[in-house]
Design a protein around this ligand. Structure first.
Ligand code: AP5
Length: 212
């Protein structure tokens, strides 16, 4: 049983590492960012409500996101564990998770300086079909612009423009960084240096959660 929260600023590599962990441990990767982007793409009422917040690099209101995650965690595939990527993002969301009786084993805080975040996000390319993540120079696909996993054309996320990235960083420091102290106080926080190759960071994570 492995119940993890991935914490860290935008671009720290949460999604990249979560995909590897989910595969390794056969547990679902629950990314609120991916869920919201799917809702925006499908034009659902949730997507319409979330879009303006996301485009500006702000946070979608807690009441919108908390119910969404609680419903997802009730699904059968979460019985053997899960990996939360991008949730919780405010102390209110973390309190709601606790009040719902959701038990967490580890909270991995991926540490990276703001300047590295800007480099990572302005060069990021993502697959709109399978959500695979690449970087034009740091983690390039075999064929430029094409997803290695499913062959779709890669895109640039709307919120990866430099101005929006800087706003996301401000929002992170104001609203999400307080979760570090929140989970440290509960003895769940594991600090991880997010600088290094994807494999090195992954191995560091396995050591932190004491599996090899
Ligand atoms: P979300 O999609 O969760 O975005 P984020 O947290 O800002 O995180 P990112 O996806 O940008 O980065 P990441 O850490 O996953 O990095 P990645 O692995 O891609 O949320 C988007 C928006 O949705 C929010 O702004 C908000 O509006 C809304 N939202 C979502 N959840 C919410 C919530 N709970 N409450 C309210 N609103 C919510 O890597 C980044 C790049 O770096 C890639 O190009 C990758 O190839 C590269 N890279 C990764 N690892 C390495 C490495 N080790 N070395 C070199 N390059 C690397």
């Amino acid at each position: 049983m492995l119940r993890l929260i991935m914490l860290g600023p935008p671009g720290a590599g949460k999604g990249t590492q979560a995909q590897k962990l989910a595969k390794r441990f056969a547990i679902p990767h629950i990314s609120t960012g991916d869920m919201l982007r799917a809702a925006v793409k499908a034009g659902t009422p949730l997507g319409k409500k979330a879009k303006a917040f996301m485009d500006a690099g702000g946070l979608v209101p807690d009441d919108v996101i908390i119910g969404l995650v609680q419903e997802r965690l009730k699904q059968d595939d979460c019985i053997k564990g899960f990996l939360l990527d991008g949730f919780p993002r405010t102390v209110g969301q973390a309190e709601a998770l606790k009040d719902a009786g959701v038990v967490i084993d580890h909270v991995i805080d991926m540490e990276i300086p703001d300047d590295d975040v800007v480099v990572r996000l302005t060069g990021r390319r993502v697959c709109p079909n399978c959500n695979a993540v690449f970087h034009v120079s740091l983690s390039p696909p075999t064929k430029p612009g094409i997803c290695d996993k499913c062959g779709s054309e890669l895109i640039i996320r709307d919120d990866d423009k430099e101005d929006t990235v800087r706003n996301r960083l401000r929002v992170y420091h104001r609203s999400t960084a307080p979760l570090i102290a929140f989970y440290e106080g509960k003895g769940l926080l594991r600090r991880l240096n997010a600088i290094g190759s994807v494999d090195d960071v992954f191995n560091g994570m396995l050591k932190l959660i004491e599996v090899d």
